[in-house]
Design a protein around this ligand. Structure first.
Ligand SMILES: *[C@@H]1O[C@H](CO)[C@@H](O)[C@H](O)[C@H]1NC(C)=O
Ligand SMILES: *[C@@H]1O[C@H](CO)[C@@H](O)[C@H](O)[C@H]1NC(C)=O
Length: 334
């Protein structure tokens, strides 16, 4: 009679043990994952210490700080007098009218892999030391749509991990010769850069975007050192009316696209654009080239016809009614 009771008691005991094992495993598991409160977590500081900046942590080592809702002094107090893990991943401020400067010491002792200041419309100064604080770690730096009228280009040579630099929509006018052995992407649209010189030591540049700068004269020989260039664009650069011989001498076997759209170009001198490959897309869209002179265009077509390359001139020949003109249509015209 007591037998079934014993069995049932055994089951109860086992169930209780199962419960405690479950609880123990749960505790071990919870102790392994970081203690989270919303998106923030150790090693982010307590949110009240850095507000209105916010910090997000993702194991094992992604720590991102967003100061989109802060002003200059709130950023300073978020990083100074607050204990931070020293090596952070991201710092960003997106579309903000409150931040006017990033002064020396703003980030205390922390460094970043990526800094993005995008649409910080009243930002007019970033002290070079703010960027140099991250010199051994910074991989991407983007400063766009702000009031900056000066950038200290020579710091780029000290940023030993910087692969991508973007400065756009600023009032910066100068672009001196600078060095960076590591830089791959240089994104400089919509600044006020008007003159610059050849002689950069940037052998790893793959991507160069200078759209919307009033350049007018592209320095001869600038492209000589760019042997890995894949994409080049200088749309809206006021390069017309004449593209002089030797203006764009590319040296890269890897060149995929080169774009000189909307430059008011009427005349392309022979040898103005050379050194692109049989597979390069050459865009001369929205210019005023009315005549395809044989001396200028035949050598270009000869290169393009050896591969998949395309030379595009759209909307400038009344006879073609804006049709895309490729090497075959051009050939028939020449
Ligand atoms: C920044 O914002 C705080 C809180 O609104 C305010 O007290 C402080 O005066 C502001 N600082 C500046 C420099 O605008
Ligand atoms: C932070 O990064 C630097 C440079 O990469 C490195 O030397 C240092 O050991 C890192 N510190 C920590 C605490 O991870």
């Amino acid at each position: 009679m007591s037998h079934p009771r014993l069995v049932s008691c055994g089951v109860e005991t086992w169930k209780t043990m199962e419960f405690w094992i479950f609880l123990l495993l749960t505790c071990i598991f919870l102790s392994l994952i970081p203690w989270t409160r919303g998106q923030e977590a150790y090693p982010c500081p307590p949110s009240e210490d850095i507000s209105p900046c916010t910090c997000e942590y993702d194991a094992p080592s992604f720590i991102s700080v967003d100061c989109t809702f802060a002003n200059t002094s709130q950023i300073i107090s978020a990083f100074n007098g607050v204990a931070w893990f020293p090596n952070l991943t991201n710092f960003y401020v997106w579309y903000n009218d409150l931040v006017t400067e990033l002064p020396e010491g703003v980030f205390g002792a922390v460094s970043f892999e990526r800094i993005q200041l995008n649409g910080v419309r009243n930002l007019d100064s970033v002290h070079p030391s703010v960027i140099l604080e991250s010199k051994d770690r910074l991989q991407q730096l983007l400063i766009c749509d702000c009031l900056l009228d000066h950038f200290q280009w020579d710091i780029l040579s000290q940023l030993t991990e910087l692969k991508f630099f973007g400065l756009c929509g600023s009032d910066v006018t100068d672009l001196p010769v600078f060095d960076s052995l590591i830089l791959e992407g240089l994104h400089l649209p919509s600044n006020r850069i008007s003159t610059f010189e050849a002689g950069w030591s940037t052998p790893n540049i793959k991507y160069l975007d200078m759209d919307g700068n009033p350049i007018s004269m592209f320095p001869t020989g600038l492209l000589d050192g760019f042997e890995k260039l894949e994409q080049f664009s200088c749309d809206d650069c006021d390069l017309g009316p004449t593209l002089h011989s030797g203006s764009f001498q590319f040296r890269s076997e890897a060149l995929q696209t080169l774009s000189l759209t909307s430059n008011g170009i009427t005349t392309v001198e022979p040898g103005a654009i050379t050194g692109f490959t049989a597979d390069t897309w050459v865009g001369l869209l929205n210019n005023e080239i009315r005549e395809l002179t044989e001396e200028s265009f035949r050598p270009m077509l000869e290169v393009a016809s050896l591969g998949t390359g395309v030379i595009q001139l759209v909307g400038q020949f009344p006879a073609f009614k804006g049709r895309c003109i490729t090497q075959s249509t051009m050939k028939s015209q020449l």
